[in-house]
Design a protein around this ligand. Structure first.
Ligand code: NAP
Length: 241
């Protein structure tokens, strides 16, 4: 699909992968809708895109709040009239050792990584169905891949639960939309450089040997989005060599 003039909504676009994808799709000529909680960072991304004479707007929204999602989607439609692609990317990490006595950390990962994506999708899905067109791209994680090897999962029990939840939703949604022209992709990256781990208070959150470059991961997202309309990539798993 050519992204020129397509309206691409990206949750978690204030930093990390969401920001990298936003900058890339803007360069392809898309109208980029940036969603996250931190206005200062969103504004910086918007200004960077606008400086390149590309179109972007930001909407401050906490995706754990279903009313806020409803209002945000309404405002997006008011401003852009249409939505072509939804990238459900916002996410938080919860480190089990740090969160062991903090149920709010576990609540946060499930509400953000699973329920937030589900609610955002439901707000836009009726429109996609009416048009019989649209693309839902769910950023999951290798921790949500069913066949991940044993012995590597202890640190991400709640995080993994949130990612398995959204992986299940992604699969079921694709089943529901079979026979329509609405695409659904599940994206399962391994670790990459971002503020995800620092934001969760993890020790040594940057420059680890197991981390891919954010740019490289964003390139894979762009590849999936720019396939022809009749080519569906159901699932992508990417990992560091
Ligand atoms: N980094 C990795 O190793 C890795 C590996 C596999 C999968 N992933 C997944 O990739 C996605 C992007 O993560 P990242 O690594 O780029 O992390 P990041 O740099 O921490 O970015 C996360 C983004 O999500 C937003 N966000 C968090 N909670 C939110 C909420 N309640 N409402 C709205 N926005 C919210 C953040 O913005 P605000 O704080 O401004 O709201 C930020 O823009 C996540 O789904 C993550 O689970 C990451």
């Amino acid at each position: 699909m050519k992204l020129k003039d397509k309206v691409v909504v990206i949750t978690g676009a204030s930093q990390g992968l969401g920001k990298a994808v936003a900058l890339k799709v803007a360069r392809e000529g898309a109208k980029v809708v940036l969603v996250a909680r931190t206005e200062k960072l969103l504004k910086e991304v918007k200004e960077k895109i606008n400086k390149d004479r590309r179109e972007a707007e930001y909407f401050v929204c906490d995706i754990r709040d279903s009313d806020a999602i409803k209002k945000t989607v309404k405002r997006i439609f008011e401003k852009f009239k249409t939505i072509d692609i939804l990238v459900n990317n916002a996410g938080v990490w919860s480190d089990e050792e740090l969160e062991i006595n903090k149920p709010e950390g576990r609540k946060n990962v499930v509400e953000t990584n699973a329920l937030g994506h589900i609610n955002f999708t439901y707000e836009i899905l009726p429109y996609f169905k009416k048009r019989n067109r649209g693309y839902i791209f769910n950023v999951i994680s290798t921790s949500g891949v069913g066949d991940i090897p044993d012995g590597n999962n202890a640190a991400w029990k709640s995080y993994g639960a949130s990612k398995w939840a959204i992986a299940g939703f992604t699969k079921a949604l694709r089943d529901e939309l079979k026979g329509t022209k609405i695409k659904v992709t599940g994206f399962f990256p391994g670790g990459f450089e971002s503020n995800l781990y620092a934001n969760a208070g993890r020790k040594n959150p940057h420059n680890q040997p197991w981390m891919m470059k954010t740019e490289d991961v964003a390139d894979v997202v762009l590849f999936a989005m720019t396939r022809p309309e009749d080519v569906l990539i159901e699932k992508i798993v990417v990992a560091k060599m």
